[in-house]
Each structure stands twice: as C-alpha cells, then as structure tokens.
Write a protein that binds this ligand. Structure first.
Ligand SMILES: [Zn+2]
Ligand SMILES: [Zn+2]
Length: 521
C-alpha cells in the first residue's frame, strides 16, 4: 500500500514524525510520496526523505506560493529534478478557492512546471481547486503524448474525470470520499481500476471515522476501504490496483532499467477528446445511464422546462408633485395660500410603495447550454394596498419578463443564478391603463430534484423590474380633507381639494418561488 500524497514534512508532524511513520509501516504502507510545496521548506523535505528509503519526494511550487516567485526558481526545480529520491514534479496546479496568487501567475507557473515534468520524464502531481476548466485547457495544450500527471485529491465531477482520463491523466482519491455528504461516489465508480491511486493528503482531509483529528498516512487504508465498498470489490484488490498504478506512475522500481522500459511502454493518450479512450469507462457510463435516476442525466439535456410561480409584488413608484396642499394647516382647504403649484419636472419627488397580496404566473425556460438558460415568464398581480390605505382603486399589473439566467454551478445540487433581462408591464390603476418597458436583474437559488419522471427544479428568485420613462399622460389625483385627515379618490364635497402627482419611474420587486419541471429528454 502506498500513500501517494502526504505532507509529513510539515510542522503538525514536527513533534512525533517518527511515531507517525512507524504507525504507517505497521499499517502495511511500503512507500510515501511527499510533495514539495515551497522553496523555503525544501531543505527540510530533503533531509526527511533522505532519512528513510521508503520516503520519496516531489519538487515544485504549489499554486498558493507562486506569487512573487523569482524566475530563478524555475532553474532550481530544473536542477533539483535530477536529485536522488525525486519521483515527480509537484505539487503544482491551480487553486482559485483561496486565490493566494493571481490566476495568471498561477497559470504561468503551472505551464512552466508541466514543461519541466516532460523534460525530465517525471510525472506531475496536480492540485486543482475550483479550476477544472483551466486545468483541463492547460493539460490539453501541454499533452504531446509524453505528459503524465495525477489530479490529486480528485473532487470534480464525472465529466471532468472523463476529460482528464482522455488526456492520459490519473486521479487519486483522499479522505473526502468517506465523508457522509460526499458526492464523489459516481466518480469512484467509473474510474477504471488501473487509473487511480490512494492518498491521505495528511495532515488535511482526514477520513471518517477520524474526521476532525490530524490526518496521517496510516489512515490511507480507510480510503481504499471506501473505494472497495463503492466499486463492489475487495479491499485487497483495491490496494493491489492502486499500489501497482503508483509504482508504475512514480517509477518506484529498484532497477533504473526496468523503470525506463516501463516509462517508455506507457501508451500515448489520444489527443481527440471524443475518442473512447477507455472501454471500461464507456461500459460503466452506459450502464449508469440505462438503469439509474442520476441527475447528471437530467442536467445535460436541460432544454425545455415549464413551471408555475407564486410571489409577492411590491411597487415602488417615484412621483412628482404638480400641486400640493400644506398638511400642517388647520384652515379650510379652499384657502389658496395653503396650496403650492409646480411645473412638470420641477415639483418635489415622493416615493410610494404598494405591496400586493400575491402575484401568480407561469414560466417557460429553454437551456442554451448547461450554464445559460433563457426564461419567459408572465405574472398577474393586484395591488390592494392603495385601495385599503388611500381609497384608490386597486392596481392591476400584468407583467412579461424575458430573462437570461446564468448558472454558476449547474452540476451542483444547489445552483446560484444571477440574471438580467427585459420586461414589459401593463398597469391598470382604475382610471388609466399604461404600458411600460423596463429592464430587470436579480438572483436565484435553484435546487435540483431528480425523479423517475423528470427533473423538478424549485427556484427562489428575487428580481427587480425597473420600468423606465416618465409617464407624460398620467396624473395621480388624491382628494384630501385635511381636517378629517382622509384621502379620497372621488369627492363631491367642495371643501375637499385635490393633490396632483405625476409619475416618473417605478420599480417592481417580484420575489417568487417557481417550481420548474424539465421533461426527461
Ligand atoms: Zn493539493
Ligand atoms: Zn498536497
């Protein structure tokens, strides 16, 4: 059994490294690969690996540490790659989660170090966090048939796995496959038995049931056990497969000649991503699609969806006074000195907000790609608050929205959907029906619920429709009796005067829950 990735040179092991290693050998581990992280710690790593022939190391700079790295470091790696006990270039890669170095710098160092791996015929240990596309793009560019690499701590989806395998890469699994919420079972199931290794990534990512404690190489058997469980094979078989793969990959052979022959005998991976590189994979994927209700199946062809929505509509209207009564006065409203008159566009502004009880609507969506979805929706709503508070007629709004939604993470259970689009509204306030165009923007959160009859996709959207333009024809008239304090829509009392307001702009906020259904084709 080989722990193909463990940082036992780091400070968490400073006090008891000897005991940790003894437990590893007692657990049946025969070799441990320690990746290099940063130049400052390399001397320590070298002295640790030279203390025991079962310890091997990588050389290279982790993406966390490539910011402000001197150009000279590349020469150091180039020279260092020839040193004793160096079996890989790594760990290298891209990490967009922590973002300790600018993405462009990370990409430059990743490429440069991959080229050194090819130059020295060493495999690359690749770290990938939230950088699937860029990792695959760069590997595709650099793969000339000689590049070998492992995507360590593989945590991406089956699509990325397939592309990585097609590019000739291996993957290695760590403690996160044992976590209760792990979504990696499918990935583990499909990876061919000769294309994966096991690792701990100690002191991080401790497998169950030790989760929460410091990780150490002796626990790597837990990872093997989980793979055996998922694949329906015995633990011995998994240890056998992963050890054979690791020995070949890192060329951990006694005889240099044998290593060279093995390295030369590696098959050249095809460059065409569509070529069925691995027969096992194809069969596994076919079976999977045929007999299971797996949600990747529904997500990819997520073309046509229909849904019903409920929400609440809040209208914020910005209006301008044309004539206004001085409320504080207790004199009769007919006193002309108590009134102020304004030209259109000059009066003070005032915003009103009206909340309706409910809005109901329907939605049709069409997926242009896995990420981009076009949506057309219609809503009907009646604002009853003006009726209640001011004695005005209820405002009936019919709204059409044409919106593009972008799914940031379409393959996750929970999707985040920023959105933008256009809207068109017809607003009837009892005296006048107006139509207005506008723009909208918002944010949605969707949940994928696959079932045997299709994908259900509830989405909670907060969306703002900004209806644009001054409404020249509309004047809101409010009849006011300042002594009684009432506001009336219509009045025959000659003592009651009217305030006039002109419409300027309005915002329609429409948070809604939409239950979408995607047909299973
Ligand atoms: Zn890593
Ligand atoms: Zn690592």
């Amino acid at each position: 059994m080989i722990d193909s990735h463990a940082h036992i040179d780091t400070t968490p092991f400073a006090a008891d490294r000897a005991e940790v290693l003894q437990r590893a050998w007692d657990a049946g581990i025969t070799s441990i690969i320690i990746p290099d992280i940063q130049p400052e710690h390399r001397d320590n790593l070298i002295s640790i690996t030279s203390s025991d022939p079962r310890l091997y190391r990588g050389i290279g700079v982790h993406p966390h540490h490539v910011a402000n790295l001197p150009e000279q470091e590349l020469n150091e790696i180039d020279k260092g790659a020839l040193a004793d006990r160096v079996v890989a270039i790594g760990e290298i890669g891209l990490d967009y989660h922590y973002d300790f170095a600018p993405a462009e710098t990370q990409k430059e160092w990743f490429r440069a170090q991959l080229q050194l791996a090819k130059k020295h015929h060493l495999p690359a240990i690749i770290h990938n966090r939230e950088a699937d596309n860029d990792i695959l793009d760069i590997l595709h560019d650099e793969q000339d048939g000689t590049l070998q690499g492992v995507l360590h701590c593989f945590s991406s989806d089956t699509e990325v796995l397939r592309k990585a395998l097609d590019l000739g890469m291996l993957v290695s699994f760590t403690g996160n496959i044992t976590f209760k919420r792990s979504t990696l079972a499918n990935v583990v199931r499909y990876v061919p038995t000769d294309r994966f290794m096991i690792e701990t990534d100690a002191p991080y990512i401790t497998p169950e049931p030790y989760r929460g404690k410091r990780n150490e190489p002796a626990y790597v058997a837990r990872v093997a056990g989980k793979i055996a469980e998922i694949k329906g094979l015995s633990m011995d078989q998994i240890i056998d497969f992963s050890t054979t793969t690791a020995k070949k990959f890192f060329a951990l052979c006694a005889l240099i000649v044998v290593c060279t022959i093995t390295a030369v005998a590696q098959p050249t991976p095809p460059r065409d991503e569509d070529y069925p590189f691995d027969r096992d994979w194809e069969i596994a994927l076919d079976n999977y699609y045929a007999d299971s209700v797996a949600w990747e199946k529904w997500i990819k062809p997520r073309r046509l969806g229909v849904g019903l929505s409920i929400g609440t509509l809040t209208v914020v209207e910005l209006q301008q006074f044309l004539q206004r009564y001085n409320y504080r006065s207790t004199s009769v409203p007919t006193d002309p000195s108590r009134w102020t008159y304004y030209q259109r566009g000059e009066g003070p502004e005032r915003s009103f907000s009206f909340e309706s009880l409910s809005a109901i609507g329907g939605t049709v969506t069409y997926g242009l790609s896995t990420n981009v979805v076009l949506e057309a929706s219609g809503f009907y709503s009646q604002n009853t608050k003006p009726a209640k508070d001011f004695g005005l007629d209820p405002i009936t709004t019919i709204m059409a929205e044409f919106t593009a939604l972008y799914s940031l993470n379409p393959y996750s259970k929970i999707n985040f959907l920023p959105q933008a689009g256009l809207c068109y509204a017809s607003i009837d306030d009892g005296t006048l029906t107006r139509t207005k165009f506008g723009v909208n923007t918002g944010l949605g959160i969707g949940i994928n619920i696959p079932t045997k009859i299709g994908l259900f996709y509830p989405v909670f959207n907060i969306r703002f429709n900004f209806l644009l333009g001054t409404d020249e024809n509309r004047v809101v008239t409010r009849y006011i009796d300042p002594i009684v304090g009432g506001i009336y829509q219509n009045s025959t009392n000659p003592n009651i005067k009217s305030e006039d307001l002109a419409d300027v702009n309005s915002i329609y906020s429409l948070p809604r829950l939409t239950i979408l259904y995607y047909l299973p084709f």
